[in-house]
Design a protein around this ligand. Structure first.
Ligand code: PLP
Length: 468
């Protein structure tokens, strides 16, 4: 056995060396991976070796063999899905989280990570203008952050309807009627499915995908009339549409939903961060009046993966929906909510620590500048691409998303494939409002003017090659 001070030394030194080499290659390497999962199967599969290997050797092997199969998602030239990069302070803090190895569920047992996450939570409420005193939980991603808010909603709505959900479950329970905009993210439906709430009523949206508040009011009226008594209602709104970047009209939609006594949840996976930018205030106006919010700190704040954030105004509902009470979980004497009472997981890593580090390293002005920069780059890309022959920008670019078409669907698909094969940038295809499109999402803090220029060049050249 090596001396205690040497046990981790070589493996961590190797990991730091490989991590730096990977990150320093981002400005120049092709963005897409050079192989497939099947192509790598032999390197990572086969029979489990009988004997082990020194830790540093394992790390060297991993780095060398994985490298050809990695997508340069931290690159400023990666514009796919809605995937941000990772800030240096957040990445380094994430390494510390692994080294500290705290099971972050209990305040009493791991006070440092609990205090850091509580500090990060309070900063987030302040930054995003959300109600002081709301509970903040750190889940895996936006899907689970939204699920967490919806679970609190289900508990509150059932309890107010006189139903003991914990004792009696869903069988025979009052039906909660759920309402979503036509262009909500599919994972909202998934969250409702996890919760046994069934398929939601879909409310029409406008050309940018924003829910129509008048149609929402009509749908809620109809639901109220159909019920024999008061009907529990749940309305899900959206801050940031995957294709257009559009935001639901919160002030009007929330007023309508409130008038019907609904619980209002906002999916702000990547859009909630607009609330940190004074010039974008119109986008999130009124959003603060909802009951719960979900976001993903990876997407726009740029911390490493595994960091959704659920914010719930009704602390009692959240703790009742998520908490578990058993004799061996000793809680802190002050009665404050434990981390495990705010998210689905009991044991978990301290994923709020990188959020604290990102906020500390940027400050309020830095977060605003980062989001402002993403939006400015998206707008510049839209303007410059719209000026090219054969390029159509399909959305109003008010946030970080640009949706493009290049004529008919086959041409759009061919241009998309050409851009991906070229490798200078990565942009993903999608289908929106009956058309094949190319989506650009500017979500990485490191995207700069040079990256925007490369993006314009690669789209222009791909269009020219496909259209001849
Ligand atoms: C609006 C919206 N909601 C939810 C999600 C799901 O987020 P996650 O992949 O973090 O679970 C996404 C993902 O892009 C999204 O854009």
């Amino acid at each position: 056995m090596s001396a205690p001070e040497e046990r981790y030394r070589d493996a961590l030194a190797a990991a730091a060396r490989h991590a730096r080499a990977w990150l320093e290659s981002q400005d120049t390497r092709p963005v897409g991976p050079g192989t497939t999962a099947a192509g790598l199967a032999a390197d990572f599969g086969g029979p489990l070796p009988r004997e082990g290997a020194p830790a540093a050797e394992v790390v060297d092997y991993l780095a060398a063999k994985a490298e050809p199969g990695l997508m340069a998602m931290p690159s400023g030239r990666f514009f796919g899905w809605v995937i941000g990069g990772t800030l240096p302070a957040a990445l380094a803090a994430d390494w510390l989280v692994s080294a500290w190895d705290q099971n972050a569920g209990l305040r009493f047992a791991t006070p440092a990570t609990a205090a850091i996450e509580e500090g990060a939570g309070a900063w987030l409420l302040e930054l995003l203008g959300l109600p002081t005193g709301a509970e903040v939980g750190f889940a895996t991603g936006a899907t689970m952050a939204n699920f967490t808010g919806l679970a609190a909603a289900r508990w509150r709505l059932m309890t107010d309807a006189g139903w003991d959900l914990d004792a009696d479950g869903l069988a025979g329970a009052p039906r909660i009627r759920c309402f979503v905009g036509q262009e909500r993210h599919d994972t909202i439906d998934l969250g409702l499915r996890y919760l046994g709430l069934g398929r939601p009523t879909v409310v029409p949206a406008d050309r940018q995908g924003r829910i129509d508040p008048a149609a929402l009011g009509d749908a809620l009226d109809r639901a109220a009339v159909e019920g024999k008594g008061p009907v529990p209602l749940l309305v899900c709104l959206q801050a940031g549409n995957l294709h257009s970047g559009a935001f639901d009209p919160f002030r009007e939609a929330i007023a309508v939903a409130r008038a019907h006594g609904a619980w209002i949840h906002v999916d702000g996976a990547f859009g909630l961060w607009a609330a940190a930018v004074p010039e974008l205030a119109a986008l999130t106006d009124g959003l603060q009046d909802a009951d719960s919010w979900g976001t993903d700190a990876h997407k726009t704040l740029n911390v490493p993966y595994d960091c959704g954030i659920a914010v719930v105004r009704d602390a009692a509902a959240l703790r009742a929906a998520m908490g578990v009470h058993t004799s061996y979980l000793i809680q802190a004497a002050d009665g404050a909510a434990d981390p495990f009472e705010k998210v689905p997981e009991l044991s978990r890593r301290a994923r709020g620590v990188p959020v604290w580090a990102a906020l500390k390293s940027l400050g309020r002005d830095g977060v605003a500048a980062q989001v402002r920069g993403l939006v400015a780059h998206a707008r510049e890309l839209a303007e410059r691409l719209a000026a090219l022959d054969g390029v159509e920008v399909l959305n109003d670019v008010g946030y970080t998303q640009v949706s493009l078409a290049f004529g008919d669907d086959a041409t759009t698909r061919a241009v998309t494939a050409k851009i991906i094969a070229d490798g200078r940038v990565w942009m993903s295809g999608s289908r929106w409002q009956g058309r094949d499109i190319l989506r650009i999402s500017v979500s990485n803090w490191s995207t700069d003017a040079a990256d925007v220029q490369v993006a314009v060049d690669s789209v222009r050249e791909a269009v020219a090659a496909v259209r001849g």
